[in-house]
Design a protein around this ligand. Structure first.
Ligand SMILES: Cc1cc2nc3c(=O)[nH]c(=O)nc-3n(C[C@H](O)[C@H](O)[C@H](O)COP(=O)(O)OP(=O)(O)OC[C@H]3O[C@@H](n4cnc5c(N)ncnc54)[C@H](O)[C@@H]3O)c2cc1C
Length: 343
């Protein structure tokens, strides 16, 4: 099935979200796509609990609070939101419209594109041992889709954050053997979870090794375990049917680099009038773009989104006369925002 829309926005970080708003004010509908399972980009993924102090008129605003406020602000425009969908392909057709495809099999027929991809799409940091790629998705995993598939197995978990500790505790009673490996004795997880894990170790129900993975142990075509070097330099051979690594997510420019757009230092070159890339009809806002004087700030991305919306309107509807309206006084904007009084 194909979704026909005026605009596809790649990336639901703060700038992609605000792009929905600026387009909505001009009466233009959009669909938002993000490879993450949650909206908010870096704010939601990297620092949801941290305060931001440089959002105009908000002396302090939590990063997740900012995302929640943006989601509230764009509600009237009913944008389609497609999460867990990495955009893999953007192709301009001869009629000037775009075919957009995602890794999850969605297809969009869009009039214009805004790339608000930030520092790229977040990918799990991988287990850095030789040959790991060949076993990813088979015996080596970076997330748990179905916990049941690990039940009764010999399991080694890597990492020291909440995901690693939460899954360690969740699997403690359900697997044949369990080991947690973390490169340091300090954890970035809830202290209560760390304490519970230490109790399990003391009770002999699992192992903890302060160390790092060195190599895979192989049995024919299968992984039979992993060699781990501890802090004292001693090598341990841990039998394993499955390895789970929770090293967090790292951004990767990923597919955006393959869409034929002019790049400079891993960022998309844009003009500063419309924030259009080297391909007419494809715009870029937020951390993903570059131009003389660019500053990677949320504030800058918001400004870019406002100007890109006018650029997109001109691209989609070249005959339409453009004029600036104030949200304070414009009856048509009030109607689009769904607010009562237009006086
Ligand atoms: C710790 C920290 C503190 C910060 N503090 C501040 C601050 O105080 N003030 C400030 O102004 N800025 C701050 N920043 C920077 C700010 O977070 C960024 O400028 C902002 O997040 C950029 O927003 P964005 O929407 O452009 O991109 P992002 O927030 O990076 O979002 C981009 C989204 O696009 C998605 N994406 C990328 N490629 C694809 C694809 N191919 N398919 C689908 N989805 C894709 C990604 O998954 C991501 O969710 C801080 C950053 C960090 C890390």
């Amino acid at each position: 099935m194909s979704i026909h829309t005026e605009v596809v926005i790649v990336g639901a970080g703060p700038c992609g979200l605000f792009q929905v708003f600026e387009l909505g004010l001009l009466g233009i509908k959009a669909h938002l796509l993000d490879s993450l399972a949650i909206p908010g980009g870096q704010c939601a993924e990297l620092y949801p609990e941290k305060p931001i102090y440089d959002i105009p008129a908000l002396p302090v605003c939590g990063a997740q609070e900012l995302v929640d406020r943006l989601l509230e602000q764009i509600k009237p425009f009913g944008a389609g939101m497609h999460l867990g969908q990495e955009v893999t392909e953007v192709v301009k057709r001869s009629d000037g419209r775009f075919d957009v495809r995602t890794a999850g099999g969605l297809h969009f027929d869009a009039g214009a594109i805004v790339i608000a991809g930030g520092v790229g799409s977040f990918q799990p940091r991988r287990l850095g041992v030789d040959g790991a790629e060949g076993f990813e998705g088979k015996q080596i995993f970076y997330r748990v889709k179905s916990a049941a598939e690990f039940h009764g197995k010999q399991l080694v978990i890597f990492g020291g954050g909440d995901s690693a500790l939460d899954w360690t505790l969740a699997f403690a009673d359900k697997v044949k053997s369990l080991a947690l490996v973390h490169r340091r004795a300090e954890f970035r997880a809830a202290p209560a979870s760390v304490a519970k894990m230490q109790e399990l170790v003391a009770a002999g129900r699992m192992r903890f090794i302060e160390g790092t993975a060195q190599s895979l142990m192989l049995d024919g075509m299968h992984v039979s375990g992993v060699r781990v070097k501890d802090a004292a330099g001693v090598m341990h051979e841990l039998p394993a049917d499955n390895l789970l690594a929770f090293f967090g997510l790292a951004p990767k420019l990923g597919p955006i680099a393959e869409w034929g757009l002019e790049l400079e230092k891993k960022a998309l070159k844009v003009d500063t009038e419309k924030f259009q890339t080297s391909v007419p009809g494809i715009f870029a806002v937020g951390d993903i773009n570059t131009y003389p004087g660019k500053k990677k700030l949320i504030l800058s991305g918001f400004h870019e989104a406002a100007l890109a919306a006018f650029g997109i309107q001109a691209y989609l509807y070249p005959q339409k006369r453009q004029f600036l309206q104030y949200t304070t006084t414009s009856p048509v904007m009030h109607q689009r925002l769904g607010v009562g009084e237009s006086g």
